[in-house]
Design a protein around this ligand. Sequence first.
Ligand code: Q46
Ligand code: ZN
Ligand code: ZN
Length: 311
Amino acid sequence: MNCRRCDRKASVHMRQHKLALCKEHYLEWIPEQTARFIKKYEMFAHDEKILVAVSGGKDSLSLWHILIKLGYQADGLYLGLGIDEGINYSHESQRLTEEFAASHNLKLHIVDIEKEYGQPIPVIAERSHRGHGKPCAVCGLAKRHEMNRIARDLGYDVLATGHNLDDEAAVLFGNTLNWSSEYLLRQGPVLPGTAGLARKVKPLCRFYEREMTAYAIMSGIEYIYEECPFADGSQSIFYKESLNQLETARPGAKLIFYLNFLEAKKSGKLFLEKNVELANLHPCPRCGQPTSTPDQCSFCRMIEKTQTETG
Ligand code: Q46
Ligand code: ZN
Ligand code: ZN
Protein backbone atom coordinates (compact mmCIF):
# COMPACT_ATOMS: atom_id res chain seq x y z
CA MET A 1 0.00 0.00 0.00
CA ASN A 2 1.20 3.53 -0.68
CA CYS A 3 1.22 6.64 1.44
CA ARG A 4 -1.97 8.62 1.06
CA ARG A 5 -0.05 11.89 1.00
CA CYS A 6 2.88 11.22 -1.33
CA ASP A 7 2.50 7.85 -3.02
CA ARG A 8 5.74 6.46 -1.59
CA LYS A 9 5.60 3.06 0.06
CA ALA A 10 3.67 3.31 3.33
CA SER A 11 5.37 2.37 6.63
CA VAL A 12 2.30 2.52 8.85
CA HIS A 13 -1.11 1.07 8.08
CA MET A 14 -3.93 2.10 10.34
CA ARG A 15 -6.82 -0.17 9.57
CA GLN A 16 -9.16 1.57 11.96
CA HIS A 17 -8.63 4.90 10.14
CA LYS A 18 -8.31 3.30 6.69
CA LEU A 19 -5.10 5.26 6.39
CA ALA A 20 -1.56 4.36 5.33
CA LEU A 21 1.37 6.76 5.58
CA CYS A 22 5.11 6.81 4.89
CA LYS A 23 7.50 7.59 7.73
CA GLU A 24 7.85 11.25 6.88
CA HIS A 25 4.12 11.85 6.69
CA TYR A 26 3.40 9.74 9.74
CA LEU A 27 5.73 11.95 11.77
CA GLU A 28 3.68 14.93 10.58
CA TRP A 29 0.31 13.29 11.07
CA ILE A 30 0.72 12.43 14.75
CA PRO A 31 1.50 16.04 15.85
CA GLU A 32 -1.25 17.39 13.55
CA GLN A 33 -3.77 15.07 15.13
CA THR A 34 -2.52 15.92 18.61
CA ALA A 35 -2.97 19.62 17.86
CA ARG A 36 -6.49 18.85 16.71
CA PHE A 37 -7.32 17.00 19.95
CA ILE A 38 -5.81 19.76 22.11
CA LYS A 39 -8.10 22.23 20.38
CA LYS A 40 -11.18 20.03 20.26
CA TYR A 41 -11.11 19.26 23.97
CA GLU A 42 -9.84 22.74 24.92
CA MET A 43 -6.85 21.36 26.78
CA PHE A 44 -4.58 24.42 26.89
CA ALA A 45 -3.46 27.49 24.99
CA HIS A 46 -0.06 28.46 23.65
CA ASP A 47 0.53 30.97 26.44
CA GLU A 48 -0.02 28.42 29.22
CA LYS A 49 2.78 26.64 31.05
CA ILE A 50 2.59 22.88 30.75
CA LEU A 51 4.15 20.31 33.03
CA VAL A 52 4.54 16.92 31.33
CA ALA A 53 4.74 13.90 33.62
CA VAL A 54 7.53 11.83 32.09
CA SER A 55 8.32 8.25 33.07
CA GLY A 56 10.95 7.38 30.46
CA GLY A 57 8.39 5.34 28.52
CA LYS A 58 7.42 5.84 24.89
CA ASP A 59 4.15 7.64 25.54
CA SER A 60 5.32 10.36 27.89
CA LEU A 61 8.56 11.06 26.01
CA SER A 62 6.67 11.18 22.72
CA LEU A 63 4.12 13.53 24.24
CA TRP A 64 6.88 15.88 25.34
CA HIS A 65 8.49 15.62 21.90
CA ILE A 66 5.19 16.43 20.16
CA LEU A 67 4.32 19.39 22.41
CA ILE A 68 7.71 20.95 21.78
CA LYS A 69 7.31 20.36 18.05
CA LEU A 70 3.96 22.15 18.23
CA GLY A 71 5.61 25.14 19.91
CA TYR A 72 4.23 24.75 23.43
CA GLN A 73 6.12 25.71 26.61
CA ALA A 74 6.43 22.30 28.20
CA ASP A 75 8.76 21.25 31.01
CA GLY A 76 9.11 17.71 32.31
CA LEU A 77 8.57 16.15 35.70
CA TYR A 78 10.17 12.83 36.55
CA LEU A 79 9.20 11.09 39.77
CA GLY A 80 11.83 8.78 41.24
CA LEU A 81 9.77 5.99 42.76
CA GLY A 82 12.71 3.92 43.95
CA ILE A 83 11.66 0.72 42.19
CA ASP A 84 14.89 -1.21 41.85
CA GLU A 85 13.51 -4.61 40.86
CA GLY A 86 14.28 -6.25 37.53
CA ILE A 87 16.58 -4.13 35.39
CA ASN A 88 16.50 -1.47 38.13
CA TYR A 89 13.48 0.10 36.58
CA SER A 90 13.66 3.50 38.27
CA HIS A 91 17.34 4.01 37.61
CA GLU A 92 17.07 3.12 33.94
CA SER A 93 13.93 5.13 33.28
CA GLN A 94 15.45 8.19 34.96
CA ARG A 95 18.61 7.86 32.90
CA LEU A 96 16.64 7.76 29.64
CA THR A 97 14.46 10.68 30.69
CA GLU A 98 17.50 12.79 31.60
CA GLU A 99 19.15 11.94 28.31
CA PHE A 100 16.06 12.92 26.37
CA ALA A 101 15.79 16.24 28.19
CA ALA A 102 19.48 17.02 27.73
CA SER A 103 19.58 16.14 24.04
CA HIS A 104 16.51 18.30 23.32
CA ASN A 105 17.58 21.08 25.65
CA LEU A 106 14.50 20.83 27.83
CA LYS A 107 13.89 21.66 31.46
CA LEU A 108 13.32 18.60 33.65
CA HIS A 109 12.30 18.58 37.31
CA ILE A 110 13.24 15.46 39.21
CA VAL A 111 11.51 14.58 42.45
CA ASP A 112 12.80 11.62 44.37
CA ILE A 113 10.19 10.11 46.66
CA GLU A 114 12.78 8.63 48.99
CA LYS A 115 14.56 11.97 49.38
CA GLU A 116 11.27 13.78 49.99
CA TYR A 117 9.61 11.31 52.32
CA GLY A 118 12.46 9.20 53.66
CA GLN A 119 11.45 5.96 51.95
CA PRO A 120 10.91 4.65 48.42
CA ILE A 121 7.49 3.56 47.14
CA PRO A 122 7.85 -0.18 47.80
CA VAL A 123 8.76 0.51 51.44
CA ILE A 124 5.92 2.99 51.93
CA ALA A 125 3.59 0.36 50.47
CA GLU A 126 4.85 -2.31 52.82
CA ARG A 127 4.68 -0.14 55.91
CA SER A 128 1.29 1.34 55.17
CA HIS A 129 -0.22 -2.11 54.56
CA ARG A 130 -2.12 -0.86 51.54
CA GLY A 131 -2.63 -2.67 48.24
CA HIS A 132 -2.38 -6.37 49.17
CA GLY A 133 1.31 -6.91 48.54
CA LYS A 134 1.52 -4.77 45.41
CA PRO A 135 2.80 -1.21 45.66
CA CYS A 136 0.56 0.04 42.84
CA ALA A 137 -2.20 1.61 44.92
CA VAL A 138 0.37 3.52 46.98
CA CYS A 139 2.36 4.37 43.86
CA GLY A 140 -0.69 5.78 42.09
CA LEU A 141 -1.67 7.84 45.12
CA ALA A 142 1.88 9.18 45.51
CA LYS A 143 2.18 10.01 41.80
CA ARG A 144 -1.08 11.97 41.75
CA HIS A 145 -0.13 13.80 44.94
CA GLU A 146 3.37 14.71 43.84
CA MET A 147 2.46 15.74 40.30
CA ASN A 148 -0.17 18.03 41.69
CA ARG A 149 2.14 19.42 44.36
CA ILE A 150 4.88 20.28 41.89
CA ALA A 151 2.45 21.75 39.35
CA ARG A 152 0.99 23.97 42.08
CA ASP A 153 4.27 24.94 43.76
CA LEU A 154 6.03 25.78 40.51
CA GLY A 155 3.09 27.62 38.98
CA TYR A 156 2.18 25.40 36.03
CA ASP A 157 -1.25 25.87 34.48
CA VAL A 158 -1.74 22.33 33.39
CA LEU A 159 -0.43 18.85 33.96
CA ALA A 160 -0.15 16.61 30.88
CA THR A 161 0.19 12.84 30.97
CA GLY A 162 0.93 10.40 28.16
CA HIS A 163 -2.09 8.09 28.54
CA ASN A 164 -2.97 6.56 25.19
CA LEU A 165 -6.19 5.03 23.89
CA ASP A 166 -5.31 1.56 25.17
CA ASP A 167 -4.85 2.98 28.67
CA GLU A 168 -8.06 4.98 28.57
CA ALA A 169 -10.14 2.18 27.06
CA ALA A 170 -8.86 -0.22 29.74
CA VAL A 171 -9.80 2.21 32.52
CA LEU A 172 -13.19 2.77 30.92
CA PHE A 173 -13.71 -0.96 30.60
CA GLY A 174 -12.93 -1.47 34.30
CA ASN A 175 -15.14 1.42 35.36
CA THR A 176 -17.97 0.13 33.21
CA LEU A 177 -17.69 -3.42 34.50
CA ASN A 178 -18.05 -2.01 38.00
CA TRP A 179 -20.46 0.77 37.03
CA SER A 180 -18.28 3.16 38.99
CA SER A 181 -20.31 6.24 38.15
CA GLU A 182 -18.09 8.66 40.02
CA TYR A 183 -15.01 7.50 38.14
CA LEU A 184 -16.92 7.48 34.87
CA LEU A 185 -17.93 11.07 35.47
CA ARG A 186 -14.34 12.09 35.99
CA GLN A 187 -12.88 10.17 33.07
CA GLY A 188 -12.08 12.14 29.95
CA PRO A 189 -9.34 13.96 28.03
CA VAL A 190 -9.53 16.93 30.43
CA LEU A 191 -10.12 17.06 34.15
CA PRO A 192 -10.72 20.73 34.95
CA GLY A 193 -8.64 22.29 37.70
CA THR A 194 -10.16 23.37 40.98
CA ALA A 195 -8.71 25.47 43.76
CA GLY A 196 -5.46 23.71 44.64
CA LEU A 197 -5.72 21.02 41.95
CA ALA A 198 -4.09 21.49 38.56
CA ARG A 199 -6.03 20.88 35.34
CA LYS A 200 -5.10 17.47 33.96
CA VAL A 201 -5.01 16.66 30.27
CA LYS A 202 -4.29 13.61 28.13
CA PRO A 203 -3.42 14.80 24.63
CA LEU A 204 -2.63 11.27 23.36
CA CYS A 205 -5.88 9.69 24.51
CA ARG A 206 -7.06 8.97 20.97
CA PHE A 207 -3.91 7.22 19.72
CA TYR A 208 -3.56 3.46 19.85
CA GLU A 209 -0.60 2.22 21.81
CA ARG A 210 0.97 0.78 18.66
CA GLU A 211 0.67 4.19 16.98
CA MET A 212 2.68 5.72 19.81
CA THR A 213 5.28 2.96 19.60
CA ALA A 214 5.66 3.67 15.89
CA TYR A 215 5.99 7.40 16.57
CA ALA A 216 8.67 6.92 19.25
CA ILE A 217 10.71 4.52 17.13
CA MET A 218 10.48 6.59 13.95
CA SER A 219 11.43 9.74 15.87
CA GLY A 220 14.50 7.99 17.25
CA ILE A 221 13.37 8.46 20.85
CA GLU A 222 15.25 6.17 23.23
CA TYR A 223 12.76 4.95 25.80
CA ILE A 224 12.51 2.20 28.37
CA TYR A 225 10.96 -0.89 26.75
CA GLU A 226 10.33 -2.75 29.97
CA GLU A 227 7.20 -2.06 31.94
CA CYS A 228 7.50 -1.52 35.66
CA PRO A 229 8.02 -5.02 37.13
CA PHE A 230 4.94 -4.55 39.31
CA ALA A 231 2.69 -4.07 36.29
CA ASP A 232 2.88 -7.81 35.65
CA GLY A 233 -0.43 -9.54 36.21
CA SER A 234 -2.28 -6.32 36.94
CA GLN A 235 -5.95 -5.89 36.27
CA SER A 236 -5.31 -3.16 33.74
CA ILE A 237 -3.13 -5.50 31.68
CA PHE A 238 -5.89 -8.08 31.76
CA TYR A 239 -8.39 -5.50 30.51
CA LYS A 240 -5.99 -4.42 27.79
CA GLU A 241 -5.59 -7.99 26.60
CA SER A 242 -9.33 -8.51 26.54
CA LEU A 243 -9.82 -5.34 24.52
CA ASN A 244 -7.06 -6.39 22.15
CA GLN A 245 -8.94 -9.58 21.38
CA LEU A 246 -12.01 -7.54 20.64
CA GLU A 247 -9.99 -5.18 18.48
CA THR A 248 -8.54 -8.05 16.44
CA ALA A 249 -12.02 -9.26 15.62
CA ARG A 250 -13.42 -5.77 15.10
CA PRO A 251 -10.78 -3.22 14.11
CA GLY A 252 -11.66 0.15 15.57
CA ALA A 253 -13.69 -1.31 18.45
CA LYS A 254 -11.47 0.26 21.09
CA LEU A 255 -11.67 3.70 19.55
CA ILE A 256 -15.45 3.47 19.17
CA PHE A 257 -15.83 2.28 22.76
CA TYR A 258 -13.95 5.32 24.04
CA LEU A 259 -15.24 7.97 21.64
CA ASN A 260 -18.87 6.96 21.97
CA PHE A 261 -18.48 7.14 25.73
CA LEU A 262 -17.15 10.70 25.46
CA GLU A 263 -19.98 11.58 23.09
CA ALA A 264 -22.67 10.10 25.31
CA LYS A 265 -21.24 11.81 28.35
CA LYS A 266 -21.14 15.16 26.61
CA SER A 267 -24.71 14.93 25.43
CA GLY A 268 -25.91 13.89 28.89
CA LYS A 269 -27.23 10.59 27.56
CA LEU A 270 -25.35 8.42 30.02
CA PHE A 271 -27.19 6.96 32.94
CA LEU A 272 -25.25 9.10 35.33
CA GLU A 273 -26.47 11.69 37.69
CA LYS A 274 -25.05 14.75 36.11
CA ASN A 275 -24.74 16.67 39.28
CA VAL A 276 -23.15 14.17 41.59
CA GLU A 277 -21.13 16.60 43.67
CA LEU A 278 -17.43 16.05 43.41
CA ALA A 279 -17.20 15.24 47.11
CA ASN A 280 -16.86 18.06 49.57
CA LEU A 281 -13.25 19.14 49.47
CA HIS A 282 -11.23 20.92 52.13
CA PRO A 283 -7.48 21.64 52.20
CA CYS A 284 -5.31 19.02 53.90
CA PRO A 285 -3.76 20.62 57.01
CA ARG A 286 -0.36 19.13 56.18
CA CYS A 287 0.14 19.66 52.44
CA GLY A 288 -2.71 21.98 51.51
CA GLN A 289 -4.08 19.87 48.64
CA PRO A 290 -7.86 19.54 48.46
CA THR A 291 -9.11 16.32 49.97
CA SER A 292 -12.43 14.71 50.82
CA THR A 293 -11.14 12.63 53.73
CA PRO A 294 -11.63 14.11 57.21
CA ASP A 295 -8.48 15.87 58.46
CA GLN A 296 -5.31 15.03 56.45
CA CYS A 297 -5.40 13.77 52.85
CA SER A 298 -4.87 10.03 52.27
CA PHE A 299 -1.32 10.58 51.09
CA CYS A 300 -0.23 12.56 54.15
CA ARG A 301 -1.96 10.12 56.45
CA MET A 302 -0.13 7.27 54.78
CA ILE A 303 3.25 9.00 55.08
CA GLU A 304 2.64 9.90 58.70
CA LYS A 305 1.70 6.34 59.50
CA THR A 306 4.80 4.89 57.85
CA GLN A 307 7.01 7.43 59.56
CA THR A 308 5.64 6.70 63.01
CA GLU A 309 6.18 3.00 62.33
CA THR A 310 9.81 3.65 61.46
CA GLY A 311 10.58 5.84 64.44
S1 Q46 B 1 4.81 2.34 38.24
FE1 Q46 B 1 3.79 2.23 40.20
FE2 Q46 B 1 2.81 1.45 37.86
FE3 Q46 B 1 4.92 0.22 38.87
S2 Q46 B 1 4.42 0.28 41.01
FE4 Q46 B 1 2.52 -0.18 39.98
S3 Q46 B 1 1.65 1.84 39.69
S4 Q46 B 1 3.15 -0.74 37.95
S5 Q46 B 1 1.82 2.48 36.24
ZN1 ZN C 1 4.19 10.11 2.38
ZN1 ZN D 1 -1.95 16.13 52.47
